[in-house]
Design a protein around this ligand. Structure first.
Ligand code: ME8
Length: 520
């Protein structure tokens, strides 16, 4: 039985259209989902939209629509974008769905049964935009002297009746969790921030609202809706059938990975495990807080007029070049900056010139010189074996080790190193010259290249799923070979001995031009 693997993205706020940060996180999660499938895991992958809360209610009011109408429209854009970007989610969850309300009420009741919820009055500095209360000591001063949250959003002094969660009780158990599971929060810099914060002590958390009603109702107290983060975090349980003890729940919970951005690590690494401990539910194995994507070094915002529609980026540059770029260009744990020039030059140097060209040259030589049949092998030389060893090390050791750390850029660096080695090999072996001097050796060189290109194509397929599928189809690689273990096995000779015939190869990795408006 394949080992299960459950991963989730954050659920996105559909109070506007998706931005490039949403695309970035979801592409990264998709690459991980596809990669785990390639390693033979039984993957469950969930993404979706976080539709409750004051922010949604206010935005809808501003637009003169109901929150439900706003959520329906905007959630549709997220789903459309993710389909366009080839996101292989198993469930796109919407927190307005009935099973999610039921799951949220069930976890609430479990926390209440454990004595961790009580009714009180809350007053404090509240940021509507962050949907969070802040300590006086955390506030910053704006240019006009106004008080701002650490995220730079306005805060207001607010008083309301509220349910509280006994978060203070969980400081010690949380510190023990971080100590005993050093990988629970990654990368390390984020882990250290959280540990320092919890060491400072935790205060009980206000977890219900009476000032608006767009949310999940508190069981038995229908004038309260749950604080949006209680319901939002619970989406990870809803997706696997909670509160029912389903087969999915037994199989996929606890989640292997919650992939989220750095701004919401606190919610996932402090509140979420505390809620779960209280409800006596097993804790997820890892929370990874990735860096932010910046547009030429700047945060995108309406006022700067630099907001990019990720769907347009995909149209302009292609889905696979965009996916490849986003995970290749910068380290996942850190912030990264993108620009049209950088996307184009990454694509042209690596996908088009190095990898695409290698595949095109090899397949064309086979097509022209071997009548489209795959060449038979006449014994391998040390050079062939060195290339096999290099590629095998990359796909079976270096890439998996990097992927386990979510070091996507490092995995791609290793992959690119193998592509360079293949290019050095083809130049040194010069099969076009062997054609006249040693036809049998030419065939072995081409067969060697064919094998390693297939291996490297399977290994890169999570990053560039559409173009790699086309290439593997053109190469006649059967579906059951499209896994890391499958493509390392002895599949070549039977394929070469079959009557498989190569078609005239088509270039699959075109060079990109910089769009005109970006030239200036
Ligand atoms: O935070 N670069 O939703 P959200 C990279 N609903 N990632 C970014 C980013 C950027 N510029 N901007 C945002 C929420 N993100 C909550 C989550 S989960 C139970 C509830 C990331 O739509 C952000 O860090 O504001 C988060 O992980 C995700 O996009 C959704 O952000």
């Amino acid at each position: 039985m394949a080992e299960p693997y459950y991963l989730t993205t954050a659920i996105h706020y559909p109070n506007g259209k998706p931005h490039i940060g949403h695309a970035y996180e979801t592409i990264a999660a998709d690459v991980m989902a596809r990669y785990q499938r390639l390693r033979g895991r039984d993957v469950r992958f969930q993404t979706g939209t976080d539709e409750h809360g004051l922010k949604m209610a206010q935005k809808a009011r501003d637009l003169g629509v109901t929150p439900r109408e706003l959520a329906d429209e905007m959630s549709g854009y997220f789903r459309e974008l993710f389909d366009k970007l080839d996101i292989s989610y198993d469930r796109f969850i919407r927190t307005t769905e009935a099973d999610h309300h039921r799951a949220s009420q069930a976890i609430w009741q479990a926390m209440e049964a454990n004595g961790d919820l009580y009714l009180d009055r809350y007053e404090g500095w509240y940021s509507i935009r962050d949907e969070a209360y802040y300590d006086e000591s955390e506030l910053e001063e704006g240019e006009g002297g106004e008080k701002l949250s650490p995220q730079g959003t306005p805060v207001e002094w607010t008083v309301e009746e509220s349910w509280f969660f006994r978060l203070s009780k969980y400081a010690e158990p949380l510190l023990a969790l971080y100590r005993d599971n050093p990988d629970f929060i990654q990368p390390d810099s984020r882990r250290n921030e959280v540990v320092r914060f919890v060491e400072g002590g935790l205060r009980d958390l206000s977890v219900s609202r009476t000032s608006f009603d767009w949310g999940v109702k508190v069981p038995g107290h229908e004038d309260h809706v749950m604080y949006v983060w209680v319901d939002a975090l619970t989406n990870y349980l809803t997706g696997v059938g909670y509160p029912d003890q389903t087969e999915d729940f037994a199989k996929f919970w606890p989640a292997d990975l919650h992939l989220i951005g750095k701004d919401i690590v606190r919610f996932h690494a402090i509140y979420w495990p505390a809620f779960l401990m209280s409800a006596k539910i097993a804790l997820p194995k890892k929370v990874y807080g990735h860096g932010f994507l910046l547009n030429r070094g700047q945060k995108e915002s309406k006022s700067l007029g630099n907001v990019t529609d990720p769907s347009e980026l995909a149209d302009k540059f292609g889905v696979d070049p965009l996916r490849y770029f986003l995970l290749r260009e910068f380290s996942f744990g850190q912030d990264g900056s993108y620009s049209a020039e950088a996307i184009v030059s990454r694509n042209n140097a690596e996908l088009a010139n190095s990898y695409g060209n290698l595949a095109q040259r090899t397949l064309s030589l086979i097509f022209k010189n071997c009548e489209g049949n795959l060449p038979a092998i006449d014994g391998h030389t040390d050079e062939d074996n060195a290339l096999f060893a290099h590629v095998d090390r990359v796909i079976a050791e270096e890439m998996p080790a990097a992927m386990d750390q979510l070091a996507f850029a490092q995995a791609l660096e290793a992959w690119m190193g193998a592509v360079f080695a293949c290019n050095a090999y083809i130049d040194a072996q010069a099969p076009w010259a062997l054609k006249k001097t040693d036809f049998e050796r030419m065939k072995t060189v081409l067969a060697t290249l064919y094998i390693v290109i297939a291996q490297l194509t399977v290994a890169i397929s999570p990053f560039i799923p559409t173009s790699s599928r086309k290439l593997l189809d053109a190469m006649g690689i059967a579906e059951d070979l499209r896994s890391i273990e499958g493509i390392r096995s002895h599949w070549y000779s039977p394929l070469a001995e079959s009557d498989y015939q190569l078609d005239k190869p088509q270039g699959l990795f075109p060079r990109l031009e910089l769009p005109e408006e970006e030239d200036a």
